[in-house]
Design a protein around this ligand. Structure first.
Ligand SMILES: *Cc1c(COP(=O)(O)O)cnc(C)c1O
Length: 417
């Protein structure tokens, strides 16, 4: 037989699903069931031995279905499909991006540990680190994209907790400013701080770029995390999350998920499988549209500056990291309007096609004002340091006709006095 390696987008309609197990249905049904019938008591015993780690699975053995908090066909097929994009050994899907993120923190951090994370990070993540992890004795240090790795290394050494460093948590590109950090450089730093007993984990929130335009595992990260609510879901109709990595780390994530019970539901998993079929088409169109909108914005008198990966100046450090890590600039744009909150709000309120809403990555274009909306809870000094000011506007570009988006932006800019 001829062999050929199909691209992930070609396998999104079929991978991991056997029609013969479901009456020949071309599409995977929704397995709305809490539990699964064992053929014999011996079979039930064997499945539990593997699920609870009492013994290793034999090479020829196929793990059976037990109970939908442990496994379910919709979850398993979705997870197999998600693995293809990041070339990961395994994937775990969750009921939200925050469920994925908090499970990773709880599994890989313990009281007394040190966590180093990049600013800006998603508001919910920031809150979990600063208000929950701190309460259970996990110290954290926030670092910025413009700090060199040497600088960060010396901050860790001077903290007196270098031997307690357990995780680097990176969000790149950062929301909402598109700041990039070098995943490979952090992975090398993690190795330097690792010992035989204590491996420093590198986890990357890849929601903005993934799973298409950036693959953190290839740059040395141990875990890649997603809010699947965004591009993966892509239709602003579900909340979901995912974590991917090698078998060893994923076994740990999946065991904790079993006991926290925050796995995705079969219905949501099914919706995400439907979404995955058009992921490449959607993200490609969103990227194409965003590039045109960003170029258009950069030429407008009322616009002070545009942050878009496709407009990074060649030769800059940010451009170098972008070129190393990403294969396309994605669909997220932020820009500074001349003036302040008054002008930003005039622009936002005048838009006719674009809706004012938080979230991102859906088929429809959205606009929001980070300073007073998604990042309202972030410390004012930190916001200033991250260039999140009252004149910043964030756009998530959808799949509409780009002529209509540009018409909308143009007439909304005209409404700014
Ligand atoms: C939305 C988002 C999250 C949180 O995901 P939910 O699905 O809303 O829980 C985490 N990280 C980033 C970058 C996000 O945009």
């Amino acid at each position: 037989m001829n062999s050929h390696k199909f691209s992930p987008e070609s396998k999104m309609m079929s991978h991991g699903y056997k029609p013969s197990l479901s009456e020949g249905s071309i599409k995977c049904p929704i397995f709305n069931t809490s539990t699964f019938v064992f053929n014999t008591a011996e079979e039930g015993k064997a499945f539990f031995e593997v699920a609870y780690g009492i013994r290793e699975k034999e090479a020829s053995e196929e793990m059976g279905l037990i109970y939908s908090r442990i496994n379910n066909p919709n979850l398993e097929i979705l997870e197999k499909r998600l693995c293809l994009w990041d070339e990961a050994d395994d994937c775990a899907t969750f009921e939200s991006g925050m469920a994925a993120i908090s499970t990773v923190f709880l599994e890989f951090l313990k009281p007394g540990d040190l966590l180093v994370y990049t600013h800006p990070t998603y508001g919910g993540t920031n809150h979990f680190i600063e208000h929950f992890l701190s309460k259970i004795g996990i110290e954290s240090i926030g670092v910025f994209a413009d700090q060199s790795v040497e600088e960060i290394k010396s901050i860790i050494e001077q903290s007196g907790k270098a031997d307690k460093l357990a995780m680097f948590y990176l969000e790149t590109p950062g929301n909402p400013t598109n700041d990039m950090v070098d995943i490979e450089a952090y992975s090398i730093l993690a190795k330097e701080f690792s010992t035989d007993e204590n491996k420093v984990i590198v986890a990357v929130d890849n929601t903005f770029m993934g799973p298409l335009w950036q693959h953190p595992l290839k740059h040395g990260a141990d875990l890649v995390l997603y809010s699947a609510t965004k591009y993966i879901g892509g239709h602003s109709d579900v909340i979901a999350g995912a974590v991917l990595g090698n078998q060893e780390v994923m076994n740990r994530v999946k065991v904790l998920r079993t006991f926290l019970g925050n796995m995705i539901s079969p219905n949501t998993a099914w919706l995400l499988m439907r979404s995955l079929e058009t992921l490449k088409v959607r993200m490609s169109q969103q990227t194409k549209n965003a590039q045109e909108v960003a170029v258009y914005l950069s030429k407008q008198d009322k616009v002070e500056s545009v942050s878009y990966l496709g407009l990074l100046p060649e030769g800059s450090e940010q451009y170098t990291i972008y070129k190393k890590q990403c294969s396309a600039p994605g669909g997220m744009i932020s820009f500074n309007i001349k003036g302040g909150e008054k002008e930003a709000f005039q622009f936002i309120n005048a838009l006719q096609l674009m809706k004012v809403a938080v979230s991102l990555g859906g088929t429809e274009s959205l606009v929001q004002h980070p300073n007073s909306m998604t990042h309202a809870g972030v410390d004012a000094e930190q916001k200033e340091r991250m260039n999140i000011t009252d004149k910043l506007v964030r756009l998530s570009i959808g799949v509409e006709d780009v002529k209509d988006i540009i018409w909308d932006v143009n007439q909304a800019l005209e409404a700014v006095s």
